[in-house]
Design a binder for this molecule. Structure first.
Ligand SMILES: [Fe+2]
Length: 323
């Protein structure tokens, strides 16, 4: 099993309050069977559960994603995790920010705190183990060179099956990037990592975290929605093999291979059946709990990528807002 879970209270920035992990997220989709096929081919374990479908990574019991059936694809909310000793202080803090706590949605058993963000998206804060990493993610598990007189690659028939190692982050469309930065800083204790003006911004947790656990891109005034969910593959070869697996399964529309500037990760995005994206990622920058990352405002040309193919024409189109 991949060791991704930390121990509550051990790796913690002292004296400061903030969510340590983006624990899971929820989506509604119009056809669960379509979702089951896509995410299974993507490399996730898809299980039928009371709510609909639960999505897991191989060898790990953590539920990263919950899917229910609805009239259209829609991001319906997500859960942040806090350390046990921070739960009551976080409750007082959230209420002191003027945020109204509400009951959990019907059918969801939860002892967590529920409220809506600046765009009306449903957020839960609960006590749970740290799923954000306690150090930089391992990289290069399938990237290697061989000595002279040796063939380095797999054959098409012998290439290994690859699967995501863990859920990494979300990028959301928002009508106002500054408003979202302000809300998630003020209410959840996240910090800005980097931004490109009011176009895109990346935020991390304060207790040791990838460069971003959640990010926001402008929707051009349209409602909020999911742009992509991201999954760590551990290597560039892992990304390439996974993208090939998707192509072999008939999912050919994507964007990659490339490398981001902000976060530095290698990527290949697959378009899901509803127009949003699932990212294969590797080697994202890491911000340790004792480091204050110097958040910068970067030129627009650095907002998306340093190298890679041209962006698909609808890469930044929020299909959730077309409903
Ligand atoms: Fe990403």
């Amino acid at each position: 099993m991949t060791a991704i879970r930390g121990t509550i209270g051990v790796n913690k920035r002292p004296g400061e309050l903030g969510a340590h992990s983006l624990d899971m997220f929820r989506m509604a989709v119009p056809d669960l069977a379509v979702a089951q096929r896509f995410y299974t081919e993507f490399g996730l374990e898809v299980r039928e559960e009371a709510e609909g479908l639960g999505l897991y990574t191989t060898g790990n019991t953590h539920r990263w994603m919950g899917l229910s059936e609805g009239p259209a694809k829609q991001l319906t909310g997500f859960t942040f995790a806090v350390f046990e000793e921070d739960f009551e202080p976080m409750k007082r803090h959230i209420e002191a920010q003027g945020v109204t706590l509400i009951d959990p949605p019907r059918g969801i058993a939860s002892d967590g705190l529920w409220f809506r963000d600046n765009n009306g998206l449903l957020i839960e804060v609960k006590i749970a183990g740290k799923t954000s990493l306690d150090g930089k993610a391992a990289f290069g598990d399938r990237d290697f060179s061989v000595p002279a007189n040796t063939a380095g690659s797999w054959s098409r028939s012998s290439k290994p099956q690859v699967r995501p190692l863990r859920f990494a982050h979300l990028l959301l469309f928002t009508p106002s990037v500054p408003d979202s930065i302000a809300f998630y800083s003020r209410v959840l204790g996240l910090r800005l990592s980097d931004r490109t003006g009011d176009i895109i911004a990346f935020m991390h947790g304060i207790h040791g975290c990838d460069h971003h656990m959640i990010a926001f891109v402008t929707s051009g005034g349209k409602p909020a929605g999911l742009h992509h969910c991201s999954w760590d593959m551990g290597s560039v070869n892992g990304i390439g093999l996974a993208a090939q697996q998707m192509a072999d399964a008939g999912y050919t529309k994507g964007w990659g291979l490339g490398r981001h500037v902000l976060g530095s990760n290698y990527f290949h995005y697959m378009q899901d059946p509803w127009g949003s994206w699932s990212e294969y990622s590797a080697d994202i920058d890491y911000i340790a709990l004792d480091h204050d990352w110097p958040a910068k405002d970067h030129p627009e040309e650095d907002g998306i990528y340093v190298w890679g193919p041209d962006l698909p024409g609808d890469f930044l189109h929020n299909y959730e807002a077309d409903r």
